[in-house]
Design a protein around this ligand. Structure first.
Ligand SMILES: Nc1ncnc2c1ncn2[C@@H]1O[C@H](COP(=O)(O)OP(=O)(O)OP(=O)(O)O)[C@@H](O)[C@H]1O
Ligand SMILES: [Mg+2]
Length: 281
């Protein structure tokens, strides 16, 4: 499978002199679920803004579908990589929910019936179709967030980047976002999120990238989140499920379960082994 995103030695300094990124390199395979974690101010949002050309590299390169992101390709890259900002108020601004979601497809110059079917599908996918005639400013935060996601879906991008998709959502809202992300994954879309939610990263991601002070300090599978030194260095915590098993080494379960599903399987195996040991004795 090809790399959809390739970042090589990327650095970025804001005009006031703040160095946000300092030599970042990584690549992302098509269809992956990637979680970028790291402390406040690590550079996550700055990095995400480079993935769809809202920030252009000052040093190093960003490639999307093998094309270098620069002034010549920035418009194109915005159609391939959809970006959902942390705060939906930065993204949702039209008179009605419908108009808001139609904004991107309209700008793409699509035919009217294509726009209608895309907007309808996108609103259905996030469960906001029945609110289509409402003004977005009358919606709750979680509903606005879903409209922002629908706006990106309607552009049918190959890659979707979400900055803190879970922040400030109630538990049901969080579950719904995870369901939307899973649905997008099933459709083959590459998804990249920045998050502080280690449980979400553990449960959902295939690839975890941990950044601090504008540098990658670790990259790999979610089991990285059980590395004590790394977790401390990145101001994270262990996933909740992992905390239980790390506190009870007598279970001797390796690798440590990260998700509820993995924990249930591991406990069943453990109990079955206990039962058959007793049967032998
Ligand atoms: N517009 C800006 N002007 C100047 N400095 C900025 C700007 N935006 C971000 N920074 C600085 O760049 C660094 C990286 O910030 P960034 O917002 O990318 O971090 P983050 O990892 O997304 O943090 P958080 O977890 O708080 O969202 C920080 O030191 C921040 O102060
Ligand atoms: Mg941020």
């Amino acid at each position: 499978m090809a790399n959809v995103v390739e970042v090589n030695d990327l650095s970025f300094v804001y005009p006031d002199g703040s160095r946000a990124l300092n030599g970042i390199s990584f690549s992302i395979r098509e269809g992956s679920r990637v979680a970028i974690l790291g402390p406040n101010g690590a550079g996550k949002s700055t990095l995400l803004l480079h993935l769809n050309g809202l920030n252009l590299p000052q040093q190093g390169t960003v490639r999307v579908l093998e094309r270098k992101v620069d002034r010549k390709t920035e418009k194109w890259v915005r159609t391939v990589v959809g970006m959902v900002f942390q705060d939906p108020d930065d993204q949702v601004f039209s008179a009605t929910v419908w108009d808001d979601v139609a904004f991107g497809p309209l700008n793409m110059g699509l035919a009217d019936d294509e726009i209608v079917s895309r907007v309808e599908r996108a609103l259905q996918a996030v469960g906001m179709f029945e609110h289509r005639d409402k003004p977005p400013y009358n919606l709750s935060y979680g509903q606005k967030k879903r409209v922002a996601i629908a706006g990106v879906l309607a552009m049918e991008p190959k890659v979707i980047v979400l900055d803190e998709p879970n922040a400030f959502l109630d538990p049901a809202g969080k579950k719904q976002v995870v369901r939307i992300l899973e649905n997008l994954h099933q459709r083959g879309i590459t998804i990249i999120i920045a998050t502080h939610d280690v449980d979400l990263a553990a449960e959902w991601a295939d690839q975890v990238i941990i950044i601090k002070d504008g540098k990658i300090i670790a990259e790999g599978e979610p089991w990285l989140l059980t590395d004590k030194k790394l977790v401390e260095e990145a101001s994270l915590r262990y996933p909740l499920v992992a905390q239980i098993f790390l506190a009870m080494p007598e279970f001797k379960i390796n690798p440590v379960p990260l998700t509820v599903e993995q924990a249930i399987k591991a406990m069943r195996r453990f109990l079955n082994a206990q039962i058959s040991n007793k049967a032998i004795l």
